[in-house]
Structure formats: C-alpha cells, structure tokens
Ligand binder design. Structure first.
Ligand SMILES: Nc1ncnc2c1ncn2[C@@H]1O[C@H](COP(=O)(O)OP(=O)(O)OP(=O)(O)O)[C@@H](O)[C@H]1O
Length: 398
C-alpha cells in the first residue's frame, strides 16, 4: 500500500507565508501619504529631540500595524547609520483587557535585563510600576517608542497618557526619551480623554481611510505574484476579491483572506489557476472569519457580555432584560477567569454599544400606563461563532 500523502505532489502556492496574517510586506502600497506624515512626525528622533506622540486611527485591516512596523524598522535602521543619533528602542503592547498597572508592568518586564526577576504582579501600585519603568528607561538610555495597540480598550488610559508625556518635565527621565504611538479603531477615543491629558499628549493624528477596490487590487496583485506559482491566478480573482472586500469594509486583511482561501479551494480541486469562481466559493468562510475579527476587536468585557447573550440565546431565553444579562455575564466572567464589572450601568453601556455595532438587536418595551420603559436584547448572529471566538480569545489570555 502506498503512503497516505504520496499523491500530493503539486501546489499552487510558491510561498504561502506571503498571504499569512503575520507576514510583514517589505513594500507598503497605497499608503504614501500616511507614511509621509509618519516620517515627518518621527523625524525629531534622528536629531536627539523628544519624539512627538502619534495617534493612528482607522478601521480594522487598513494597514495601521503594517505601516507602523515598516516606518519604525526604517527609523531604527537609519538611526543606526548616524553616529550622532542615539539608539531607538521599540516596545509593542496590546492594551485589550489590560489595566494601566498590567500595561506598565508588562513594559517593565520587557525592559528588565534577562536575569532579573519579573516585576511583582501584586502588592505594588501603578506609581511604583511607573517609577520602575522610568528607571529601566534611564538604565537602557536612548529613545523609546512605545506602540500601544488597541489603546481605546485600556481601562483608564487617562492616567498613562498623562504621566508618560510629562516624565521629563517632572524629572523622572533625564537621559532617556520616550514617545507614545497609540493605535485605535475608535475615532471618538480622543474625546474621551480629559482636556489636561490632551494637552499633555499634544499628539499628531494620522487617519487611515478604508481601501478602495482599486487600491486593494494593487495590494492583492503584488501579493498574488509573490505567493502563487507563475500563471497561478487570473485577474478575475483579484478583481472579485478586491471588489468584495471594498464593498464590505475596505480591509486589506479581508481581501487577502479571500485570496488565500480561494487558493486553498483551487488547490483542493486540483485547479492550477485561482479564478473568480474560487473567490466566490471562499466568501462564506471569510464572512465567518470577519465576524470573528469583529468580536476580537471588542474589549474584554464587551466580549463577556456578548458571550452572556449567546448563552441566553442558546437556552431560548431571549429577548432578555439587562438584569438577566448581568447575572449571566457574571457567571461567564467567573468561567473565563476575569474580574466582572460590578455595576448594572456598565453592563448596560456594553449592551448599547454592542447593539450599535450590530451584534445585538434592542427592543423598547413600554409597560403601559404607570409602568416604566425598559429594553430587551437579542443576539443578532449565531451563538456558535461567539462561543468559538471566545474560546480562542480566552485560551490565549492569562
Ligand atoms: N498598504 C498595504 N500594503 C500591503 N499590505 C497591506 C497594506 N495594508 C494592509 N496590508 C496587509 O493587510 C493585513 C492587515 O493589515 P494591518 O494588520 O496593518 O491592519 P490594521 O489596520 O493594523 O488592522 P487592526 O486594527 O485590525 O490591527 C496585513 O496582513 C497587512 O500586511
């Protein structure tokens, strides 16, 4: 008997990694303006001045991370070639589900020398963590750029964004310099900061718009040429994947997912070229993936509230009032080993945000004469997607 895999001898992919989420393109297409603004904002670093803080805004998959990685790599490489410029250190941190203390603690741990013990998890305050952070920055010296991804998900970002920009003025930093690069999907984030924080931060803003179908075609064609074998794709595949992603949310991630999935389907069918038919077949799988992305974009507590709604929906108990959601939410939080929010109001806020984002539907119920008005909620998607995504998300959080 032959071996199980012996008939597998051909592949449509020349380098499939080029279509993977974590692949960093060495050329960023269609983002010249944003890259130009970024370069202008960070150029002070090359002259040993304080970095200007930056906030990047834009929806999921529009290149905020890819552009940031590219610009910071270029900046570090340039700094190395200039004798008069001190070293540039980059720290990245995803703020989702974090507190200011856990964020600063993680940054301290990134900076500590290899043999040093981690900063304690308990027993010390945020000011202690910040003090240690500044002393580590001074020890390492040079310029530090801290990328805070999903900054809008950080509980009480005000404290952090007030303290760090003032570190030199307060004398916490003398030699080292620090700049903040915040990334957010939420354009309203800035409005939620207090005015004294906005003054301290004094940041430049770079807005990333969604991609048009033409822009997505150029990004996809470039990737397809690298990822697939010669004649491995037809222009019709590029056009359809770009058009679908542009119509939905203008995300390069979604367009690339369609192309990768389309390639996998073509390969499974033993077809040697990816065409629009394969992209069409890839649509459903990618739509499910999109939903997962959308859930992953939410803050931890919003995810827990959503999972509570999925449990209630599964039991057939929807529509549900916020009080019922609150009690199931508390069970979910315990199961997921998260500290639950304690007030009904905060759960109600999440319910109305989730409704606005299209995860839930809300009905207003009028109890009639003398009675009050209250809201009832239903889940507007299949519970399975929510459970599957939360299982993945919370399996990696600890
Ligand atoms: N202009 C571009 N040129 C080449 N590839 C791109 C471009 N923009 C985005 N991509 C690719 O699309 C995918 C998503 O981009 P990226 O992660 O930068 O988006 P994002 O805006 O940071 O999204 P999120 O807010 O969800 O983190 C990545 O694989 C990235 O390499």
């Amino acid at each position: 008997m032959g071996s199980l895999f012996e008939d597998i001898d051909d592949t449509i992919f020349d380098d499939k990694d080029v279509l993977a989420e974590e692949y960093q393109p060495d050329e960023i297409l269609e983002r010249d303006d944003e890259i130009g603004q970024y370069k202008h904002t960070l150029k002070d670093v090359l002259f040993g001045r304080n970095p200007t803080n930056v906030m990047l805004y834009g929806k999921a998959g529009v290149g905020k991370t890819a552009v940031t990685t590219y610009v910071l790599n270029e900046l570090q490489a340039e700094a190395e070639t200039r004798d008069e410029t001190s070293d540039v250190h980059v720290h990245r941190f995803n703020c989702n589900g974090e507190t200011v203390f856990s964020t600063v603690r993680a940054l301290v741990n990134q900076l500590l020398p290899a043999h040093a013990a981690d900063f304690p998890k308990r027993g010390l305050s945020t000011s202690d963590a910040l003090e240690e952070f500044y002393s580590q920055l001074e020890r390492v010296g040079g310029t530090h750029l801290v990328v805070f991804d999903e900054l809008d998900h950080l509980e009480d970002a005000n404290t952090l964004l007030y303290d760090i920009p003032r570190a030199r003025a307060k004398g916490d930093l003398e030699d080292a310099r620090i700049g903040i690069i915040g990334i957010s999907n939420n354009y309203k984030f800035r409005d939620r900061l207090s005015s004294k924080v906005r003054d301290a931060l004094n940041e430049d803003e770079i807005a990333f718009s969604t991609y048009t179908a033409n822009e997505l075609q150029n990004i996809l064609r470039d990737r397809a040429e690298k990822a697939l074998v010669d004649d491995g794709f037809d222009e019709s595949a590029i056009r359809l994947a770009a058009a679908l992603a542009a119509k939905d949310n203008g995300s390069a991630r979604q367009a690339l997912d369609l192309l990768r999935k389309g390639g996998e389907i073509a390969e499974r069918n033993d077809d040697s070229t990816v065409t629009e038919h394969h992209i069409d077949a890839a649509r459903d799988a990618v739509r499910r993936g999109r939903l997962k992305d959308k859930i992953s974009d939410q803050s931890t507590h919003a995810q827990l509230v959503l999972e509570a709604m999925a449990r209630i929906e599964n039991r057939g108990d929807t529509p549900a009032r916020s009080k019922e959601v609150m009690s199931v939410y508390q069970e979910v939080a315990v199961d997921r080993e998260q500290e639950p929010l304690s007030t009904l109001k905060s759960v109600q806020n999440h319910l109305s945000d989730l409704t606005m984002l299209g995860f839930l539907t809300q009905n207003q119920v009028n109890e009639g004469r003398g009675g009050g008005v209250y809201h009832e909620y239903e889940l507007d998607m299949t519970p399975d997607v929510v459970f599957g995504t939360c299982d993945e998300l919370f399996a990696t959080t600890f």
